[in-house]
Design a protein around this ligand. Sequence first.
Ligand code: ARG
Length: 505
Amino acid sequence: MIDGSSIAGPGFVNVKLSDQWIAKCIQNMLRDGIETWAPKLSVKRVVVDFSSPNIAKEMHVGHLRSTIIGDTLARMLEFSNVEVLRRNHVGDWGTQFGMLIEFLFEKFPSLEVVNDQAIGDLEAFYKASKVRFDGDPAFKERAQRAVVSLQAGEEKYLKAWAEICKISRSGYEKVYEHLGVQLEEKGESFYNPYIPNALELLNKEGLIEDSEGARVIFVEGKKIPLIVVKRDGGYNYASTDLAALWYRLNEEKAEWIIYLTDVGQREHFEMLFAAAKRAGWLPAGDSKYPKTSHVGFGLVLGEDGKRFRTRSTETVKLVDLLTEAKSRCKTALIERGKDKAWTEEELDKTAEAVGYGAVKYADLKNNRTTNYTFSFDQMLNDKGNTAVYLLYAHARICSIIRKSGKDIEELKKTGKIDLAHPGERVLGLHLLQFAEVGEESITNLLPNGLCEYLYNLSEYFTGFYTNCQVVGSAEETSRLLLCEATAVVMRKCFHLLGITPVYKI
Ligand code: ARG
């Protein structure tokens, strides 16, 4: 394994891994599969709470970030053989439903005719009902009574509520379909029946106090307490999250619960976790399981440096954004004459893979805590650190292998890798690092580490390929295997990042 070691200044020793050992590891991976390089985690079941838009409000780019980053973390955990409960904690409960339901009754006295065409844009519907709510005291009173009726489970109200949720859902499911994201909806309403019990447990522990008519939990280091019962007796976001946490720990037996929202909600989660620790639901400290993590992320900015919006409306419709990325890719492919060489389906599938992949990668490559600028021109550039560049690099490797005319599956069984050239060694060593980078990325919940690794991999490959002839050389077998190993690792990275690889360009 070790070729030699030397002292590298006081306190440091350089250890040189042998070429043969590196080569052997890669050969084994090719033979036994990339799964043998999967991270090893000590947890068995994890909840990832991500995406989580709010019913009747437009899903915005913040929810897109949550969806993209959450899906990647879930994929990394799944790759590590962990059971992942992918949870969409949609905002489907709360006082705004009174207003929405009353407005729905007013516009459609017979609920039978309600569908997404009738309502059109749910966000516009939301805004119109808000105008009505603010401007008409009689309506406001009816809306407030509607909340009570809904919470009491009156059928007519439940039906209207379900209808509104259904229309909203069909909107955001389109986004998930485009992005290839799987999620199970367990919205706020699901945890509603568990709130009284959860609060009772906390009360028994003596955690809940009265404060200005509300019921609250104080936590160390925070001046403002966590409000768990509002002054009017109603529950809120925090009460729901406490019940959800209880449910996930006790019913779902999750050992790690990961929440994805923008950094603006950090305070909320800090207080939630601190309250759970005070109650003994979670162990003290951060190293023991079960544990919770809030994965916060920054804003998406437009090229003007302000919060990302389109000109016409205040928020960008996510589906339109994805469609645009795809159509720009399609245009670029047609400009390169691919419409003549490929079938319509190939063209469409490639545009989709590259377009959606570009949107995801542009997000994931940044340290999530920072803001990033959304720019189609940048993310769709075929040079630089973009998904387009990486997908093309992968396709080029596949075409080298194809052009050799060799049966790569056969070579995997019989061929040997030899890392004689420095370019080969550097590439080989980097391939080997996949395992530790993967583990580090998921442990720190930072997918940008994996993106950086992937980008460097394609750079090292280029270094190797410019210096080492592959097809027709004396070292052809070994070098083809290095090509294949690079392609296999790249594909696994793409998979973990939720990007569909392309095989030809
Ligand atoms: N619906 C919330 C929002 O749009 C996000 C929910 C995150 N999950 C949670 N358990 N609080 O801001």
